[in-house]
Design a protein around this ligand. Structure first.
Ligand SMILES: Nc1ncnc2c1ncn2[C@@H]1O[C@H](COP(=O)(O)OP(=O)(O)O)[C@@H](O)[C@H]1O
Ligand SMILES: [Mg+2]
Length: 353
């Protein structure tokens, strides 16, 4: 009962605008990225026919730049990691895992890697360029995502993550910032920096992980409590946070106060009364944002009514997907937004390329 009261107060306090989730790693890294003063377009890239353009994003230990690949005759994204700036653990543990996972990825809802280059001072990950930015930016611009579109993106997120889980790999950093949208607004999961291959016994038993990874706002309760956790089930929790954030336009849990966050994630999540969302949608969210013992796994998630409906709709093609004029407007606003974002990218590129 007390938990519920606390939760209500938290809800009232919660800012309407979602903010970027922060990790200790992110905070450390932002300052390290700012420190990078030397030019990033090493000669090695030019010798490979890769001409570096503007910055697309900055993450924990890397800067991601847009580039033109002369040989592939296409735009690419290059993630640049400075060996001097990144810490030992990242370079020797997380980065090799990121590269291994990327080599394995061959799925329309996962970012593909084209080339991995290493010099004495840097690592370069040359990958598929995704032009419509990340999901967090899009939610910020549009306040929230209309349910039919959120359903489409959620099923795409599901397909990408299911591909990884089928290969015994967990993502461990599923969050809106790491979900990118291509020119057709197809969702692509990116940033495999915390991904991990986990052994599964024939019985289905999974070796538990003890390393804390990811962003607090997307972290499952067992992870926040610091107990050994099933990485596949913690990915499902983060997927629940993503769906909630898309449809309601705010994060379900406030990560500004760690103690309160730990308490919040252990009580039943509250849903705002607006925007309107069909009753089936909170039901599937509750299955994901549940205690790990009763949390749905990916296989069972696919049997959920809301999920099946979204999946069928997606497979039957776009026109019947957005029948009402209101819904059509929402889609149009995404397309309008996209051309704005594309222009920004084009402008940026024309300055630099
Ligand atoms: N392939 C890509 N195409 C376009 N933008 C990208 C691409 N990869 C990353 N970005 C942008 O760069 C940001 C940081 O990249 P990410 O791989 O998440 O780095 P980090 O591991 O440092 O978080 C992303 O949030 C996104 O905005
Ligand atoms: Mg990232």
């Amino acid at each position: 009962m007390k938990d519920d009261e606390d939760n209500n107060t938290e809800d009232e306090k919660k800012k309407k605008l979602i903010k970027e989730s922060r990790t200790e790693e992110t905070n450390r890294a932002d300052s390290s990225v700012r420190k990078l003063k030397r030019p990033l377009n090493d000669n090695i890239l030019e010798s490979q026919g890769i001409i570096i353009g503007k910055t697309l994003g900055k993450g924990s230990f890397a800067v991601v730049k847009c580039a033109y690949d002369v040989n592939r005759k296409t735009k690419v994204a290059v993630k640049i990691i400075s060996k001097k700036e990144a810490n030992y653990e990242y370079l020797n543990k997380f980065l090799p895992r990121e590269m291994d996972t990327m080599r394995m990825c061959n799925h329309p809802n996962l970012i593909s890697v084209y080339q991995l280059i290493e010099t004495t001072s840097r690592h370069f990950i040359v990958m598929e360029f995704v032009q419509n930015g990340d999901l967090l930016e899009l939610i910020k611009q549009h306040k929230h995502v209309e349910e039919a579109i959120a359903g489409r993106w959620f099923t795409q997120l599901y397909d990408g993550i299911a591909y990884l889980h089928d290969r015994n790999t967990a993502h461990r950093d599923i969050k809106c910032e790491n979900l990118l949208l291509d020119q057709h607004f197809i969702l692509k999961v990116s940033d495999f920096g915390f991904s991990k291959q986990v052994l599964k016994a024939k019985s289905g038993t999974v070796a538990l992980s003890e390393t804390y990874c990811g962003s607090y706002a997307y972290a499952a309760p067992e992870l926040l409590k610091g107990i050994a956790y099933n990485v596949f089930l913690s990915d499902v929790w983060s997927m629940g946070v993503v769906l909630y954030t898309m449809v309601y336009g705010l994060l379900p849990f406030d990560d500004s106060d760690h103690k309160k966050l730990v308490k919040q994630v252990q009580s039943t999540v509250k849903f705002p009364s607006t925007p309107f969302v069909s009753s089936r949608c909170p039901k599937i969210i509750l299955k994901m944002l549940a205690k790990h013992k009763v949390r749905v796994n990916l296989k069972k998630l696919a049997q959920d009514e809301w999920f099946k409906e979204q999946y069928e709709r997606r497979e039957s093609g776009p026109p019947p997907e957005f029948p009402s004029p209101i819904k059509q407007m929402t889609l149009d606003s995404f397309v309008a937004g996209s051309s704005k974002m594309q222009d920004t990218h084009l402008e940026a590129e024309s300055c630099d390329l």
